[in-house]
Unconditional design. Sequence first.
Length: 166
Amino acid sequence: MKRLGLAIGTAVAVVALALSYGANANAAGSAKDEITAVENKIIAATSADEIMKYFDDKEIVLYDFVPGLQYKGATAVHGDEDNFFSNATDVKGEFVELVVVTDGKMGMARSIQHFTWKDKEGKAQEATIRVTDVYHKVKGEWKVFHSHVSVPVDPKTGQGQMNLKS
């Protein structure tokens, strides 16, 4: 009788463990899809106000490839983003590569993004940049609390390489 109880207890524990793993895997899978959807909304944004919807306005820090050293807080980040959108029209972005990793509690998206736009004079511009966004949940929604934008720099010239292909 003890053996039967032990066997049933073991079977219940194995099933519970398997269900727990499946639930965690589904939660992480769902989180990955949710973060991917946010990344797609950010790259499609056409204004600073639109981008700010996806940032944690209480904790956001942005390391951009343009000066200053960092932009801390919603006001500073909005100002940096607005500076770009105020000087660009017809902005279009696409992912060259996007990788999202999450455990369901925090997430990270790293990507290579290609953008085209027109400057104030109407001249066509383009850039390929590297972006890493770090996410956490705020009131049930995935929000970026750290974003790092960069381009490779040629060590011989000190110039940013805005359009490398690989």
